[in-house]
Design a protein around this ligand. Sequence first.
Ligand code: GLA
Length: 352
Amino acid sequence: MLYNNSMTADAADAPSLCEAFAGRFRVGAAINSWNLDEASREYAAIRKQFNVFTLENESKPEPIHPEEGRYVFGRVDRFAEFGEKTGVRLRGHTLVWHSQCPDWFFTDGNGNSVTQDVLLRRMKEHITTIVSRYRGKIGTWDVVNEVLRDEGGMRESKWYKIAGTDYIKEAFRCAHEADPDARLIINDYNLESSDAKADTMAAFVREMLEEDVPVHGIGLQMHLGPDTNLEKLKNNVRKFTALREIAPDFCLEVTELDLSCYRWNDTAEDVDWTDERTAQFSAQYTELFRFLLELSDEGVLDTVVFWGLHDGISWLNGFPRRHRNYPLLIGRDYLLKPAFYEVIALTDTNNG
Ligand code: GLA
C-alpha cells in the first residue's frame, strides 16, 4: 500500500498528534512493555505522537495475578517507570473483566464455585494490591471492563452470577480507597452502536452516582467499522454527557479507538486499500474527531486513545479472523495516511 505522502510517524519533522490536540485532549495508544526500548523505532514514534498510554495486555488480571497470592509486576513496573520518567499519562487496563481472568478467582480447592463473600474478598485484595502499588503513577483505571451485554442488561459473567452488580460497585469503592486521586472508569464497547447497551450504561452509572459510588467516567472503546453510524454514535454519547446534570465533573474517555475496514462477521479475504476506501476512511475519522473536539470544548472529554501504534501491529489483523486490516491513522511502517493529516487539520479550523 502506498500513501501520497511518505512521511513517517517517527520523523523529526513529522506533525505530531498529541501536539496538534494539546489543550483539547491527550492523544494516546495501546502499547506493550517491549515497545519501551529507548533505542527502538517504536519508542521514537511513541514519544513523538502520543502522551497517554495503555498496556494492550500486560496489566489484565491473567498476566498480573495468575494465581492467588502470586503477582507478576515486572512489565507493569516498567510501564510505570516510563510514565514517571517522561511525565506522560498512564491508563491501567483493567482490574476486573470476564475475559483474560484466571479461574482461581471463582473456584475453591475442590473446583466448586465460591460464595459471594469469598469472591468479593479476593477481588478487593486484587484491586487494593495493584492500585496501591501504582498510586500516583497510573492516573486512570479501567476498573471494570465489558460488564454489559450488547442487547442491554448486565453481562451474565461468573462475576455477575456469583455477586450480582455488587462486585462492580465494590470494585470502584475499593479502587478509590487505594488511590483517592485516580480517575475511575467503567469501560465498554458497542456503546455507540447498541442503543439498548447505551441505555443500560446510562441507567447503571446514574444508579451508581446516586449511591455515591466513586465512578468518574465512562470509557468508550470505539472499535468502529465501515458501517458505524456516526449520528447514532453521537446520540448515544449524549446519553452519557447528560449524566453531568447529577455529577458535574463526570467525564468520557475514548479508550480503544480503531476503524476496521471489515464488518465484524465479514469472511472476505484481504481487501486492497483503494482510493475510495481512503476517502471513506478519512471522512469517517474527520467527522468523528469533529465530534470529539466538540466534547472537549464542553469539558467532558480530555483523552483519546488508539488501540495500537500502527496498522501493522493492530489486533484487527488477527481478530475475529486473520485478514490484513488498516484501522489506524498511522499505517504500516509508520507511514502517515491522508486521514492523519486531515484529522490534524481540524485543529486549525477549530482554533481559528
Ligand atoms: C477489548 C479489550 C481490550 C483488548 C481488545 C482487543 O476491547 O478491552 O483489552 O483485548 O478487546 O485487543
